[in-house]
Ligand binder design. Sequence first.
Ligand SMILES: Cc1cc2nc3c(=O)[nH]c(=O)nc-3n(C[C@H](O)[C@H](O)[C@H](O)COP(=O)(O)OP(=O)(O)OC[C@H]3O[C@@H](n4cnc5c(N)ncnc54)[C@H](O)[C@@H]3O)c2cc1C
Length: 495
Amino acid sequence: MNKRVTIVGSGFGGLTAGALLQKQGYNVTVLEAAVEWGGCSGKFQRKDFTFPVGATLAMGFEKNGLHKQINDYLGFKTESYPLEKVMDVRIGERIIPYHTDRDLFLKVWEKEEQKQIQSIRKFFQEVWSIGQILRRHMLQYPVFPPKSRQETFSILRGVKPNYIRLLPYIGRSLSFLVKKYNLENCKTFIHFNNGVLMDSMQTTYEDCEILMGATALDIYHHGAFYVDGGLFKVAEELVNSIKSNGGKTLKPRRVTNVNKRDSIWVVTDHRGNIFESEHVIMNVPLANLNELLTKETYEKIKPGLKTKETSLKQWGAFTMYLAIDEDIVPNNFNLFHQVMIAPNKLPSSDNHFFMSMSKKDDEFRAPKGYRTITISTHINIEEWQSIENYEKMSELIKKKVLTKLESMIPGINEEKIYTITGGPVAWERFVLRKEGGVGGFPQTRQHAIWNAVHHRTNEKGLWLCGDNIFPGAGSIGASSSGVHVARSISGKRIL
Ligand SMILES: Cc1cc2nc3c(=O)[nH]c(=O)nc-3n(C[C@H](O)[C@H](O)[C@H](O)COP(=O)(O)OP(=O)(O)OC[C@H]3O[C@@H](n4cnc5c(N)ncnc54)[C@H](O)[C@@H]3O)c2cc1C
């Protein structure tokens, strides 16, 4: 009887926790408000075309990677393809390939920045050595900040003698290393890294917590992947796993209320259905908790939220979705591009975007002879509060992106079949990200590691997961938080 678990939301965090717990013999029920599984890593459809809504670039499918471990544990396989070149980084007219192979990666920099190559080489070698030390530890799924004896023990167990090498970095941002190697004025190098950090850590090198930043600059060298169809395929596999092991997954079911009666959690959906369980996992942004929990429960857990219960500390996203004719795609065109339109400006919403294209013959996404494109930019939600500004900003970004795309894929403006756009209102409406805040909190020293929000609340049986919770940011971060919840509920070292 003490094994019932209700999960609010089917993002990567909730589905990971659900699939692992169901496999452990718990009775899991997932309630998803939207018509699709996967939240920000989900999809939507227009006629024959399928568009990933947000996440497109996948990590963690390499040997020992998080998703690979979960797939193996649950017994399913995701069709994922390792990318030799993760992406093309376009800074103005320059195109810098981002190779997964570290030697090739450094060779590119030898060509790009001959004068500074010694410093650049040393910078990356130091960053990668930090990343490698941390990676070994992260594969044990440590939880920060530790709240239980088990979590403290788990951190200590992962500590190796070479951890002493991390001590000089504690409490610093990545700018420590940029300054150490005098690279602040090496513009291409700065733009390149800032673009990568914005997409993965939601902040630039000046503010990015150094250990998280080093992990981000190391991670692609362990593998980056294209997933056939998109990351929603992983979400669907997790749903299948829950169902085939006897759990329930229901959509569209928007949860309106989460209440505690004696020691039982009572979850009510928009149709008035009631779900009772000993555990509830909230896979929703922290900003949504206030309206779902009772005042008493919310006040009780609030100190643990560390004043992060507003979406305004996260970025918003402006996204564009295009369907195009295969014929206009240039030969050897990379599937992923990080684009800085004007090289002298900051990576702001109208100057920096991430573009992903479907693979040739990925018929989950587009019929033969066609491709789909997903584009996303970071936006400051506060600037999008008035309708007037909203429309102005949408038009401005759309125009700039389409102009840049025309230079990358000549003929795209004439030939495109769809151009669909989405701003913060769409993100709130379709995946219930309050105020449109997405991607998790920027991994600055104020939000990362010791200042992150823990998956355990001080209400028995109430758990949190998703990209707002440690370790945060991205589908890997969200899934890790799901692993943490599953381990804490079951008391077992699952994976
Ligand atoms: C534009 C964009 C691009 C991105 N690109 C990448 C990328 O390339 N690679 C990468 O790894 N990551 C990427 N990310 C980040 C990644 O998509 C997210 O961090 C991750 O998917 C978040 O998972 P989550 O567990 O926090 O849940 P979410 O994705 O937030 O999903 C939560 C789910 O809960 C549901 N829900 C909310 N409230 C309720 C309720 N009351 N009742 C029932 N259901 C509810 C929502 O409908 C939603 O489906 C991107 C994100 C965005 C926005």
